[in-house]
Design a protein around this ligand. Structure first.
Ligand code: TEU
Ligand code: CA
Length: 541
């Protein structure tokens, strides 16, 4: 009951095409303005039609929602606003019935301050749960919370400070305490027994702190902890992806085949191209994105690692907007990016909204924002900056960008098909212009392209399992690569913003290849003329 209908193995991880779903903003089935599990259930056929075969649900556990579920108050309970445990099981079975995997979010670096562990811990230094968290008589360092301000918060009852790497209401768990590690193992076991196929592990590299060097993450016991958490299971059968800022050395340790730690990690080098201040306009080029991809394709291939292919997630403004081409070349750039990333070697992760070419919304009032990080930003800047400046910074870099309700229909009624009621967060400011219904009916439909692209990936063993080779050589403003398996080859050509004549790769012979995918209706096979963001994918006969 509830289990997947086929055995999972490491090779099969490469067959995954994951859809990251932000439940709160996906579809509201009961008219309270909040997306929910039954809303997701209604859209399972939609997801299948799109061509994904796994869903990663952002946290759906009981939570006071200081950080929209990343502050867990009970790891074994479903948040009331998302539905009941029975709704969860129905969703799980609905996914499995369609051959789709269910990936849950695990937030183990911290709990909510409303979790019973913390409620107990904060009362008394001698409470058995006190040591579940990280305490100090005086702050031992000047660590800053990722959301701003000191990472140490005073607790009157014990006259101590506790560590919170994120919001004040997200106290960090003390992983040095074996009881904490045991509790987390039991939570993993609980969800595996519930038929869950995998986990996305939130800020996993934060679980071991390096108090000596003063680094908040990737401390000396990180690998020991991860191994203990997952290594006791058949790690080839449980899919795990860690959110970790990883160097090449780290990736070998954390996702190496024999390591029995994680299946893979999200590597953020291409996301980090935006620079240190995400609130400033970004100035990276697609060439730089390409270079990051080539580097990691080669590295993961040489070391038999699994790479994750993603541009977007719930913490990031839409990548399409970051490139700067979201306005003039929305369809072309969205489809080019999808091709560039999702035909590479690794596991594609799509984030909701990408499939109809969503870009960042634009607001003019702080009232339109909800995120804890945005509120913090506002409070820290309100005395020195105008609200216009603050709002424009949030429009640029805020996390609410990608958390607006999905615009299902072109009609404004019922919040563009999202809810009968006022949504928990204002609608996407461009919903009338950019929505699924309009995109589906457009001559140039991002959704149609995604469907074709994912179907191609699904049907091609070369793309899923084959090797990668960069064919760009000294061509500029483009990315050319080859995927190969045995005699079979797929050649991908992605042109960037400038129209240009491209020298086709030698391997691409007219009598042995055929054009299988383009993002323009009239692309001529073997044409050297590439329009802005035009792509061409060829397959050997
Ligand atoms: O995010 C971790 C993280 O370090 C950042 O992406 C951060 O959220 C922010 O963008 C810094 O500017 C994970 C989750 O994805 C995020 O939603 C949570 O808020 C956070 O952990 C805490 O659980
Ligand atoms: Ca609801």
């Amino acid at each position: 009951m509830g289990a997947s209908n086929y055995i999972f193995s490491r090779d099969e991880f490469l067959d995954l095409i994951v859809y990251e779903l932000y439940p709160r903003s996906f579809l509201d089935s009961n008219g309270d303005g909040i997306g929910d599990l039954n809303g997701i259930f209604e859209k399972l056929d939609y997801l299948q039609e799109l061509g994904v075969n796994a869903v990663w649900l952002c946290p759906i556990y009981k939570s006071p929602n200081k950080d929209n579920g990343y502050d867990v108050a009970d790891y074994r309970e479903i948040a009331k606003e998302f539905g009941s445990f029975a709704d969860f099981k129905r969703l799980r079975d609905g996914l499995h019935a369609r051959g789709m995997k269910l990936i849950m979010d695990l937030v183990f670096n911290h709990t909510s301050s409303e979790h019973t562990w913390f409620q107990q811990a904060k009362t008394d230094r001698n409470n058995p749960y006190h040591d579940y968290y990280i305490w100090a008589d005086t702050p031992p360092n000047d660590w800053k919370s990722c959301f701003g301000g000191s990472a140490w918060e005073y607790n009157e009852a014990t006259k101590e400070y506790y560590l919170h790497s994120f919001a004040i209401e997200q106290p960090d768990l003390n992983w040095e305490n074996p009881s904490v590690r045991k509790e987390c193992q039991k939570i993993v076991d609980f969800w595996v027994q519930q038929g869950v196929d995998g986990f996305r592990c939130d800020v996993l590299d934060f679980i071991s702190k390096d108090f000596k060097t003063g680094k908040m993450y990737a401390g000396p016991r990180l690998h020991e902890y991860i191994h203990e958490l997952f290594g006791r299971r058949e790690t080839e059968k449980l899919f795990t992806v860690g959110e970790c800022q990883s160097s090449d050395k780290e990736m070998l340790l954390i996702a190496g085949k024999e390591r029995k730690e994680l299946s893979t990690v999200f590597q953020f080098d291409h996301i980090n191209l935006i620079g240190l201040n995400k609130y400033l306009p970004h100035a990276f080029t697609l060439e730089e994105v390409k270079n990051v991809l080539v580097k990691w394709q080669n590295f993961t291939q040489e070391n038999d690692l699994i790479y994750t292919l993603f541009t977007d997630n719930h913490d990031q403004p839409y990548f399409l907007s970051k490139t700067g081409y979201g306005d003039d070349y929305r369809y072309e750039c969205a489809t080019m990016l999808a091709t560039m990333f999702y035909l590479l070697r690794g596991i594609p992760f799509l984030y909701q909204g990408q499939e109809y070419g969503a870009v960042n919304p634009v607001y003019s009032s702080i009232e339109d924002f909800r995120d804890v990080e945005a509120m913090r930003y506002y409070n820290e800047h309100k005395n020195t900056e105008s609200s216009k400046q603050i709002v424009s910074a949030l429009n640029q870099g805020g996390r609410d960008n990608a958390r607006r309700p999905i615009a299902w229909t072109k009609n404004k009624a019922n919040a563009h098909g999202f809810s009968q009621e006022t949504p928990w967060i204002p609608l996407h400011s461009c919903a009338e212009e950019i929505n699924l219904e309009r995109d589906k009916n457009a001559e140039k439909s991002v959704w149609e392209f995604y469907r074709k692209l994912l179907a191609l990936r699904k049907s091609s063993t070369v793309i899923r399992r084959g090797s990668f080779c960069d064919l760009t050589e000294n061509r500029q403003g483009c990315f050319l690569y080859e995927r190969a398996l045995g005699e079979k080859k797929v050649i991908v050509i992605c042109n960037f913003e400038n129209r240009q004549t491209l020298l086709l790769p030698n391997a691409l012979q007219q009598n042995t290849f055929r054009l299988i995918l383009t993002n323009h209706a009239d692309t001529l096979p073997f044409s050297k003329d590439f329009r802005p963001f035009e792509i061409a994918v060829y397959e050997s006969l």
